[in-house]
Structure formats: structure tokens, C-alpha cells
Design a protein around this ligand. Structure first.
Ligand SMILES: [Zn+2]
Length: 89
């Protein structure tokens, strides 16, 4: 029983120690994904959610030689799951 209490005390002090550790790693400014703005995509709207790719382009996927733009990684994954459904005719 005594050892149990000791273990709890130790883990608690370890936790508080971790919390007090100053965060040295400063997250620098989120780097926007560069290079996407110049990319020409064949679709003006995200084929999955229909948001404007001109405004919300975050990711691209190439399908049958065409570059499709997506607002997010999620939409790209959805497209990849079923490209026939979403690809331009
Ligand atoms: Zn989308």
C-alpha cells in the first residue's frame, strides 16, 4: 500500500514538472502552403464540396492528366476514393 502511494506521488510530481517546463519550441508563423496559387486547376469548384477553388485551393490531385484543385485534404481523399464520380467529363 505504501509503495502505491509513493508511486502516485512520484507520478504527480513528474506531471507537474512536465507542466512547468517552459515551452522552448516556439511555433513560428504558420507557413502558408506556397506554390498552389500559381497552379492551374481544371475545376473552378471543388468537385466534392463545390467551394471555389480560386479562393479555397489547398490541395491538388492529378487524375488522367488533369490537375484538380480541392479546398482541403479531406476533399482530395474523397475524390481519390471515387474519381469517376467527381472528375470532369
Ligand atoms: Zn472541398
Amino acid at each position: 500500500m505504501k509503495s502505491n502511494i509513493l508511486m502516485i506521488l512520484l507520478s504527480v510530481s513528474a506531471l507537474s514538472c512536465a507542466q512547468e517546463t517552459p515551452q522552448v519550441k516556439q511555433v513560428s508563423k504558420m507557413k502558408p502552403k506556397t506554390g498552389l496559387k500559381g497552379i492551374k486547376v481544371v475545376n473552378t469548384d471543388d468537385p466534392v464540396c463545390h467551394m471555389s477553388t480560386a479562393q479555397y485551393l489547398k490541395d491538388t490531385a492529378v487524375y488522367k492528366g488533369k490537375t484538380y484543385g480541392f479546398c482541403s485534404d479531406l476533399c482530395k481523399k474523397e475524390f481519390r476514393k471515387n474519381p469517376v464520380k467527381y472528375a470532369l467529363k
